[in-house]
Design a protein around this ligand. Structure first.
Ligand code: ZN
Length: 293
């Protein structure tokens, strides 16, 4: 015990106040990237998550208080793939000289139909539902942190490797869980089209009632199409999401006899067991597998 106390004391000495003052200031506009920056940066970063858990990132707009913090940040992290329409404004109004990193643009996109113009395809912004994309994001954040503070390269590299390994374990767990569902049961009917990346990683077919943005309202023709599909494919459950009003889903369950399978975290981290990426992902997988098996 005495040895432990001594060790702890010396660790605190080494971390001392002179280091605390020059922490790397990171501004993040994605709950997922906030966690990644904290995990990879460890004690060397001071991360401000501008988009808080439970907030709809499709609707978020930075306020003057956010811009003030961004103007002092040394690294600015964005989800990208068209999630943050305000990125230009952010750069102009803060006059930042820091790296503005559109993390999601660093790896491949899936495409989705543009709800306003169905002839057009747009990039699907919900990349964090693919664990392999999250691992790529971890490496991008690691490299950006190293650019800001090359002296911390060894620590950032070790932290990133540990986090990537945790994600590997999470993906292995998810594969075992999803394997409990026969292929023909892997059908996801959700309230907005956020789970394409998840579907691709785990072999699901997706039917979304709404389009990319959670404020879109589905047409009655689209709802009728989903109802007929649920009946013919004998889909047992459909899924609401935590930010969404599940009114249309309730109507569909009445028409089809499918149950509401529970709320999925579509647009980022939440509270309680979904306050971490791993917790959020486990929540989604467990809800989906339990409801469909
Ligand atoms: Zn979304």
């Amino acid at each position: 015990m005495k040895a432990f106390v001594l060790f702890l004391f010396c660790t605190l000495c080494a971390a001392g106040p002179s280091h605390a003052a020059d922490k790397i200031r990171v501004s993040s506009f994605s709950t997922i990237l906030t966690e990644i920056a904290m995990q990879v940066g460890g004690g060397r970063v001071e991360v401000t998550g501008h988009v808080k858990p439970g907030i709809d990132p499709h609707e978020f707009e930075p306020k003057p208080a956010d811009l003030k913090i961004v103007s002092m940040a040394q690294l600015i992290l964005l989800s990208a793939k068209h999630m943050e329409g305000y990125v230009g404004k952010l750069e102009e109004s803060t006059g930042t000289k820091a790296a503005v990193v559109e993390v999601g643009n660093g790896f491949a996109s899936l495409e989705m139909k543009d709800e306003e113009n169905p002839a057009r395809k747009v990039e699907d912004p919900h990349w964090w539902h693919s664990i392999s994309s999250v691992q790529k994001a971890v490496r991008i954040v690691r490299d950006e942190l190293i650019k800001v503070s090359p002296a911390d390269k060894a620590a950032f590299t070790a932290n990133a490797a540990a986090y990537v390994a945790k994600l590997d374990a999470l993906l292995r767990w998810a594969k075992v869980e999803v394997a409990k569902l026969p292929r023909d049961k892997r059908v996801l009917v959700t309230s907005h089209d956020a789970f394409q990346y998840f579907a691709k990683e785990h072999g699901f077919t997706i039917y979304a009632i709404e389009g990319v943005s959670s404020e879109d309202q589905p047409s009655s023709k689209k709802v009728a199409g989903i109802i007929s599909l649920i009946k013919t494919q004998k889909v047992k459950a459909i899924f609401a999401e935590t930010i969404e009003n599940p009114k249309v889903l309730t109507e569909i369950t009445r028409e089809t006899g499918a149950v509401l399978g529970g709320e999925l975290y579509a647009d980022g981290l939440g509270e309680g067991d979904a306050a971490t990426y791993e917790g959020m992902y486990r929540h989604n997988v467990s809800i989906i597998v339990d409801a469909l098996k």
